[in-house]
Design a protein around this ligand. Structure first.
Ligand SMILES: Cc1cc2nc3c(=O)[nH]c(=O)nc-3n(C[C@H](O)[C@H](O)[C@H](O)COP(=O)(O)OP(=O)(O)OC[C@H]3O[C@@H](n4cnc5c(N)ncnc54)[C@H](O)[C@@H]3O)c2cc1C
Length: 342
């Protein structure tokens, strides 16, 4: 029997483990992949947009030679922090179901929040409280178009060199799409960005905008704005111009669909958490992060619904403090920024 089980071993789940440990609560972190699995799967050459100090957890400094960490430095840092706090985790252990014990009808308040956590390897774990910190990186936003599941199509960009001297169509015009396009162009891929709107998204990092726009102006990266891909076939994609209705084709040895990710609604609902049908934001208390399921909390990006750009490590790491304060019966520290955001 644990005081807290944390589902997900990303930065926010680790922060929850650290706070639990500092508060003297027994904890277990169940992680379906490796430690900080999402970051491990990020593009190999990525650099965080946050400064290193803004993605620190547990009050442990994150010293690097520059200002912003890259993927390898972040992986090293979170691993060392997890070791330093002797966090208790089980890796490669996926949770697929959670049930909450409901007390006798005449004394429901006496339940003390007993949960059973079920994992896909058939094991069960008992705990008093649950913190869901499963992030959003496992569920790409599928376009639901024919051919999206073909082998030359991916929703994850890894590294540029496998694409050199090939035709690559990137669907989407967000940060991920722009960063991938620039890396691919610099690795001699022939890149075309296809996007529904008439320009890059406004959320693209300001320092990337001149780089990508100048490459487009020079004809080194191609764009088809106000255009959607209607089907993907081996070697090509079919597109429709949303303004003129004109249909055409583009050569595509590879297709990268970089239209973002979304928290796993199924797992949340499996745990009894209610979701706003439009925004997919779970029902939770804005100060304690307890959901409509008493004793079950959301922590980090999992609470963002469709607004995944609003909750990230910088603000998500502090949820853990409020959650553990609430579980430990202490005055709850405020996470002000998020309360204004969603
Ligand atoms: C390319 C890129 C760059 C970014 N740069 C920044 C940045 O500079 N600054 C910033 O603040 N944010 C940044 N972000 C966003 C940030 O990485 C995420 O918001 C952050 O990882 C959220 O942390 P988390 O712990 O909530 O979720 P995650 O890091 O996604 O961790 C969730 C964990 O839960 C595990 N999991 C999922 N389902 C289950 C299950 N059923 N059972 C067990 N385990 C499960 C996953 O394997 C994963 O390890 C970036 C994101 C990307 C994609």
């Amino acid at each position: 029997m644990y005081d807290v089980i944390i589902i997900g071993g990303g930065p926010c789940g680790l922060a929850a483990g650290i706070e639990a440990s500092k508060a003297g609560l027994s904890h277990l972190i169940l992680e379906k992949g490796s430690l900080t699995e999402s970051i491990r799967r990020y593009p190999k050459m990525m650099r965080f947009f946050s400064t290193a100090e803004n993605i620190e957890i547990g009050g442990i400094p994150f010293p690097i030679a520059g200002v912003k960490a890259n993927r390898t430095e972040a992986l090293q840092y979170y691993r060392k922090v997890a070791g330093y706090f002797k966090l208790n985790f089980k890796l490669f252990t996926e949770v697929n179901h959670v049930t909450r014990f409901v007390g006798e009808a005449d004394q429901p308040e006496k339940t003390d929040d007993l949960f059973t956590v079920f994992t896909t390897d058939g094991k069960t774990y008992q705990t008093r409280k649950i913190i869901l910190a499963t992030g959003y990186f496992d569920k790409p936003r599928w376009l639901k178009i024919p051919g999206e599941d073909l082998p030359h199509v991916t929703h994850y960009y890894d590294e540029p060199f496998q694409y050199s001297f090939t035709n690559v169509v990137i669907i989407g015009a967000s940060n991920s799409a722009v960063e991938a396009a620039l890396e691919l162009y610099r690795a001699d891929a022939h890149v075309t960005i296809v996007h529904r709107a008439d320009d890059f998204r406004k959320t693209v990092k300001y320092w990337l905008v001149p780089d990508v726009k100048n490459r487009v102006k020079e004809g080194k990266i191609h764009t088809r704005f106000s255009t959607c891909v209607t089907r993907i076939e081996p070697g090509r994609v079919c597109t429709t111009n949303l303004q003129t209705g004109e249909e055409s084709e583009l050569p595509a040895d590879f297709v990268l669909i970089l239209t973002g990710y979304i928290p796993d609604a199924e797992l949340l609902q499996e745990c009894g958490v209610e979701l706003n049908p439009e925004t997919q934001v779970p029902t939770y208390d804005k100060e304690t992060f307890e959901t409509n399921v008493p004793g079950l909390y959301v922590c980090g990006t999992v609470m963002a619904g469709i607004y995944t750009e609003k909750v990230f490590i910088e603000n998500g790491r502090d949820h853990a403090k409020a959650i553990i304060d609430h579980i430990a019966g202490k005055p709850v520290r405020k996470v002000a920024e998020l309360i204004d955001r969603i």
